[in-house]
Design a protein around this ligand. Structure first.
Ligand code: C2E
Ligand code: MG
Ligand code: MG
Ligand code: MG
Length: 279
């Protein structure tokens, strides 16, 4: 009897896995069309000085799926990375973000996330160069965000490409800092322009004393290396007060503003009414 139950359970797991596989295949099929069907959107989230002044925006990918509704990046970027679609998608969001930023009256910065896959395949340097030229955005206004995943694998190749990107005049930020295995050692291999302290440390500030110590340690290390720090996921005044006390320079999070269509932030970027109407 136990045997039968056991077998039944195995079969149940199998069918669940089949379903997951089918679902992934369906999603991938849809994702291939998402670009041409105009289902991908760029959301923008403000980045501010710790005192409150907005200094730029991070571009965040959104997929408005015809039947599933809004799909978040964590649900489809890994899929896009597995089959290389991220190359096209990454180039698309880079172009959209630069074009958008170039239209602002205020010369705020725009930050775009890059996938490790974009460092391994395609012509990242060429495509960034082309997009800057095409959109007329000053390179100094573009920041690209990478995670340590970029430096895993072909370490020297990735470093070399990072150096060439920096030579274009753009800035390189280390995203999700503190969550990886060897974040610290990467700081000595490349002159990052900014460190983004991962959201998890900020959201645990009140609940776990260790988080506060980690944030403090990252800030003092960054200060020693003269690298500015932005705290991710700042949601409360208490978190902001802590960061102010610890001399963290910048913040990003719901306290400043949620990711949204740029239309919501037109007053900040200083776009004329004329353009606002024609959008
Ligand atoms: P990330 O680059 O670390 O982006 C920050 C994430 O934190 C975003 O999630 C943002 O919506 C969320 N967030 C910001 N402030 C708060 C806050 O105060 N509270 C909370 N709870 N969350 C906050 P999102 O948009 O879902 O993106 C998730 C991740 O997907 C990003 O993490 C990034 O790694 C990746 N991603 C997004 N867009 C792109 C893209 O265009 N290309 C690539 N390669 N990856 C992207
Ligand atoms: Mg990011
Ligand atoms: Mg992050
Ligand atoms: Mg992240």
């Amino acid at each position: 009897r136990a045997k039968r139950e056991g077998r039944g359970r195995v079969r149940f797991f199998e069918s669940e896995m089949d379903q997951e596989l089918r679902d992934r295949r369906l999603l991938l099929h849809d994702l291939r069309r998402a670009l041409e069907q105009n289902e991908l959107l760029v959301y923008f989230q403000p980045q501010a000085r710790i005192e409150g002044e907005v200094i730029g925006f991070e571009a965040l990918l959104r997929w408005n799926h015809p039947t599933r509704g809004f799909v978040l990046p964590d649900q489809f970027i890994p899929l896009a990375e597995e089959n290389g679609l991220i190359i096209q998608i990454g180039e698309w969001i880079l172009r959209e973000a630069c074009r958008e930023a170039a239209s602002w009256q205020r010369p705020l910065q725009v930050a775009v996330n890059l996938s490790p896959v974009q460092f391994q395949a395609g012509d990242l340097e060429g495509s960034i160069q082309r997009i800057l030229l095409e959109t007329g955005l000053a390179p100094t206004r573009l920041e690209v965000e990478i995670t340590e995943g970029v430096l895993i694998g072909d370490f020297n190749g990735a470093l070399d490409l990072l150096r060439r990107l920096k030579a274009l005049g753009i800035r390189i930020a280390m995203d999700d800092f503190g969550t990886g295995y060897s974040s610290l050692s990467y700081l000595q291999s490349f002159p990052f322009d900014k460190i983004k302290i991962d959201r998890s440390f900020i959201s645990n500030l009140e609940a776990t004393p260790q988080s506060g110590e980690i944030v403090r340690a990252v800030l003092s290390l960054a200060r020693a290396l003269s690298i500015p720090v932005i705290a991710e996921g700042v949601e409360t005044e208490a978190q902001r007060a802590f960061l102010t006390r610890e001399a963290c320079e910048e913040m990003q999070g719901h306290l400043v503003g949620r990711p949204d269509l740029i239309e919501r932030y037109l007053d900040l970027v200083g776009v004329t009414v004329e353009r606002g109407l024609s959008v």
